[in-house]
Design a protein around this ligand. Structure first.
Ligand SMILES: *Cc1c(COP(=O)(O)O)cnc(C)c1O
Length: 966
């Protein structure tokens, strides 16, 4: 007899399988946690946490979740709408061959991509070594004394160079001069950035205009070397002329070319920018890749972005840490010089490894091959009747005056699967790269040849070809001489070098990283897989729109879904970090006021608890920051806010709040707050970094926000990458949609100019967030939010007697994170929050956020992805540490020599024959039994930040300084 099936087919298909893979706790865990909180259900918890006034009016309208396999198939179909042609467009984006050992062991390896920004130096030595390699590589190739650990893209790096120059030079001029032969996107981003600061941008489009401009006043001038058209100009005399005006010479350059041509540092450049994309990062329709900035020594203390420096640990061994970190972490708030927070660490690591693997000789051979093929191409084209514009000099790019034949040639090229760049009306430009071959050169000749015209012969063209690198600009200085660039050239050696670095670090693949405000949740493998599909990876950002249809669809769908999640009407995915989303959002607010004839509105209210990027972004758009108070419960002080609104009513531009607040609480008065600001003509900016507490439950676009940024690298699963890449979409209500950033270079209209080099910013990582939303759907995303809140409340509750939570909402609950108060230990026994953070390393944990937003506290954000098992492991560690503190309080352990002050304990110190501490080695290394069999060893002892800042040193360490430690 046939038995009726018990379960419906749909249940067996399990379309929502991914939800339970993304969310750590299962239903039994959930029940146990709710019991600990004394609550009957998750709904009961959410009722108590979320103010009734902001509950969403209706659920998000998203497609129903699908399995991992189905989501991948759907995305593959979408990706295949991109047409991958051979791109010779250049303009800052080039084909590159990512070495397999780097692709698999870094770009596709969670030990690298799930790491956090290296604020905790001791558990970040591996990635910081890679970043020091990056800095050293940039310094060597540019000939400059100091370089930072990455910028967001070349165009924003140039814009940051402008403001660095403005605050550093003696000239009082407000004018910056740009050589017309810069990449157009660089010019555009500089123009956007200059406008709200009242800086005048003069673009010199001819030799005459350039000379006239140099005769006038300026605070800086920007040139490109080699130029966007391919020309390699000797700028020495121009740089002298710029210096004579007490102005700075800013040079945008190309790292591969610099292996062959005299570096800007040798002819007087003050600031050098560029990007490292062609060092192993696929084009990815414009990003992510690591741009860079190098500068003269005198400017180093106002260099934007992160800088990794060499210091020492307590045992006197060299150890890396973020240099000038207090400057960096707080981004100097109102006095900020830049708002960059998340940068491009993972791409910078990849670029540095590309240099480590190829070494100076390998890089030079690649560059020489590109240069030779370009010279051969040029000779052959001349035979065919096309002489390059600056035929006497080129590295990889030729510009041909094709006049009215341009469109016909372009069409022939497309038919052959080739993209060329059309520029300055009558020119076609061709850029070769590492991937270019003999066959490509022959193909290009065939495209330019007339029907029946005989094609040149490669060997013949090669024979007797002359170098197009100008005689006087051939590089003579050595570079990349440090052993690290001259050792790991076999794949075996490279594999082991990469592994040795990642083994030093603690990333999400080893333990939870409960960083408040940073949302270190699962970055699922299925989400990561599409980013290296050729249909996404090998796209040039300025390819014709019809070839970028897959990206256009990805963009449209993701924006639609994020509108559902936030309640906003329009979104731009262009900003490539949260900070850039803030900047774009404030530009929109400014442009809106200007459109109403109210440009005088220039006051930006910011509560004192705000993240440092908020005031930094406000000053970048020329808004004046007025700080308002928080009350004793950590909420915005409404009375103080009311006074500020009244006082500044006529000039109020906006308020910037974070919701839930950076104190980890849903403020109940947020709706009233929005109404109050609106009633004074101001707009409300809601920092969306804490959206993980809201998705599916509340939407800022509904409860009164006008603008928000999201951090897709927090809430929407793009991995942190050790400090980037990120995506910071800017989201706005209906009447601000016209003020979202445009991108003239890519043909995207807008009342506000470009804020990133590429129209879709870090386009290549957008598939990650797409996959997440597609696999979770509305039920999964809402569940994730609820679980994130549950996990935070569980930790807060379980630690209540040991480390009380500083701020809670009306009913005593927190949102998705909790601030543990450790301030009283300073008086009771001299223990600081930092000591607990370092002791957690001995227990195998990455510390929570330290001293933000309240000094001497720890902010814990477990996220929904951590299981009850992992939460309990963390709680057990914290309880044990509380016991260790009690020993000091009771006088049984010395205040200056105890388990916390000496943490983290290295294997080296524990294995030394001498042991003079008042506690055992076992207590130091194995405070909980499980550590005996699975232990993370910190490679260095506590790092001395002050020493490193006094003795700022930011390149590779000479090997001998390691002594017997290496
Ligand atoms: C992370 C964060 C930012 C900055 O975002 P980035 O992507 O790092 O530029 C801004 N505000 C808050 C509250 C944040 O947590």
């Amino acid at each position: 007899m046939l038995m009726p099936s018990k379960e419906p087919l749909a249940a067996l298909e399990n379309a929502s399988e991914f939800i339970a893979r993304h969310i750590g706790p299962d239903s039994a865990d959930e029940a146990r946690m709710l019991a600990a909180l004394g609550l009957p259900s998750l709904d009961a918890l959410i009722d108590k946490v979320l103010p009734a006034s902001i509950v969403r009016s209706k659920p998000m309208d998203l497609p129903a979740p699908v399995t991992e396999a189905d989501a991948l198939a759907e995305l593959k179909a979408l990706a295949s709408k991109n047409q991958v042609l051979k791109s010779f467009i250049g303009q800052g984006y080039y084909g590159t061959l990512t070495p397999g050992v780097i692709l698999r062991n870094i770009l596709e390896n969670p030990a690298w991509y799930t790491a956090y920004t290296p604020y905790q130096a001791e558990i970040s030595q591996g990635r910081m070594e890679a970043l020091v390699n990056f800095q050293t590589m940039v310094c060597d190739l540019t000939g400059m004394p100091i370089a930072n650990a990455s910028m967001l893209d070349e165009a924003t790096a140039a814009a940051e160079a402008m403001t660095l120059a403005k605050r550093s030079v003696k000239s009082k001029s407000n004018r910056i001069v740009l050589a017309g032969d810069l990449h157009p996107q660089t010019i555009e981003v500089i123009q956007t950035r200059a406008e709200p600061l009242g800086l005048e941008v003069l673009v010199a489009n001819s030799k005459e205009e350039w000379e006239a401009a140099l005769a006038g006043d300026m605070f800086a001038a920007v040139v490109q070397y080699p130029a966007s058209s391919g020309w390699i100009v000797d700028w020495k005399a121009d740089v002298d002329a710029i210096h004579a005006k007490q102005a700075a010479a800013i040079v945008a350059t190309d790292l591969l070319a610099l292996t062959l041509i005299t570096p800007p540092g040798e002819w007087g450049a003050d600031i050098v920018v560029g990007n490292s994309q062609r060092f192993g990062m696929p084009m990815g329709a414009g990003g992510p890749h690591a741009a860079f900035m190098a500068c003269r020594d005198e400017y180093k203390r106002s260099l934007p972005g992160r800088l990794v420096g060499v210091s020492v640990d307590v045992h006197g061994n060299p150890a890396y840490r973020l240099a000038l970190q207090t400057r960096e972490q707080h981004i100097r708030r109102e006095k900020a010089t830049s708002n960059i927070c998340t940068a491009q660490v993972l791409p910078a690591v990849i670029a540095s490894m590309y240099a480590v693997y190829h070494g100076p000789a390998g890089l030079k051979r690649i560059a020489q091959r590109v240069a030779r093929l370009t010279a051969i191409l040029s000779r052959g084209l001349a035979e065919l009747g096309f002489t390059a514009r600056h035929h006497d000099s080129a590295f990889d790019t030729l510009s041909l005056h094709t006049k009215d034949a341009s469109d016909a040639i372009l069409a022939r090229a497309r038919a052959q699967g080739v993209n060329l760049r059309k520029a300055w009306n009558e020119y076609l430009c061709i850029s070769l790269d590492e991937t270019s071959s003999r066959a490509d050169v022959e193909l290009l000749w065939s495209i330019f040849a007339q029907p029946g015209q005989a094609l040149p012969n490669i060997e013949a063209m090669d024979e007797g070809s002359t170098s197009l690198i100008p005689e006087g600009l051939q590089r003579s200085s050595a570079y990349l001489t440090h052993p690290v660039f001259n050792t790991h050239h076999s794949e075996t050696a490279m594999l082991r070098y990469i592994r040795s670095l990642s083994d030093k670090d603690l990333a999400l693949d080893r333990s939870m990283i409960p960083l408040g405000s940073c949302t270190m949740k699962l970055n699922a493998t299925s989400e990561m897989i599409p980013i290296t599909w050729p249909e996404f990876a090998n796209m040039h950002p300025f390819a014709p729109a019809d070839q970028l249809q897959g990206y256009a669809l990805l963009d449209a769908q993701l924006r639609e879904w994020l509108c559902q999640a936030t309640g906003y009407a329009g979104i731009s995915l262009q900003p490539n970090a949260g900070s850039q989303g803030e900047y774009a959002g404030l530009l929109a607010i400014k442009a809106y006021h200007a459109s109403k004839g109210e440009s005088h509105r220039n006051i930006c209210l910011i509560p004192s608890s705000a993240h440092g990027t908020n005031p930094a972004s406000a000053q970048m758009v020329g808004l004046q920051v007025v700080v308002t108070k928080c009350d004793e419960n950590g909420n915005v002080d409404m009375a103080d806010l009311k006074l500020a609104c009244e006082k500044h009513s006529a000039n109020l531009a906006c308020i910037m709040i974070t919701y839930p607040s950076t104190h980890g609480v849903f403020e109940t008065q947020v709706k009233e707050l929005c109404q109050l600001v609106h009633s004074h003509g101001g707009r409300v900016y809601v920092d969306g970094a804490n959206m993980n507490a809201q998705v599916g439950l509340a939407a800022p676009g509904e409860f009164g926000g006008d603008v928000s940024h999201l951090n897709l690298h927090k809430t929407f699963c793009i991995p942190h990458g050790g400090g980037g890449p990120g995506v910071g979409p800017v989201c706005v209500v209906e009447d601000l949609v016209p003020f979202l950033p445009g991108h003239a270079t890519a043909g995207v209209p807008g009342k506000v100019g470009a804020v990133s080099a590429a129209p879709l910013g870090n386009a290549a990582v957008l598939p990650i967030s797409w996959m997440y939303i597609r696999m979770m759907g509305e039920p999964g995303l809402k569940r994730a939010t609820e679980t994130a809140i549950l996990n935070a409340n569980y930790i807060s509750k379980r630690l209540e007697k040991h480390f009380p939570t500083l701020y809670a909402g009306e009913h005593g609950h927190v949102a998705h994170e909790c601030i543990l108060d450790l301030r009283h230990f300073k008086d009771s026994c001299g223990v600081m929050a930092e000591d607990v953070a370092k002791r957690l390393i001995d227990y195998g944990f990455h510390a929570p956020t330290l001293s933000f937003p309240v000094p001497n506290t720890l902010m814990v954000e477990p996220t929904e992805s951590e299981s009850l098992y992992e939460l309990d492991r963390f709680i057990a560690a914290m309880v044990a540490i509380r016991g260790e503190i009690a020993e000091i309080e009771a006088g049984r352990a010395a205040q200056d020599d105890n388990l916390l002050k000496n943490a983290p304990h290295t294997a080296e110190t524990l294995l030394a024959s001498e042991w003079s501490h008042g506690y055992s080695r076992e207590a130091a290394a194995y405070p909980v039994p499980a550590l005996r069999r699975a232990k993370y060893w910190s490679p260095v002892g506590r790092v001395d930040n002050v020493y490193g800042d006094r003795n700022l040193f930011c390149s590779c360490v000479p090997l001998e300084s390691y002594g017997n430690a290496s």
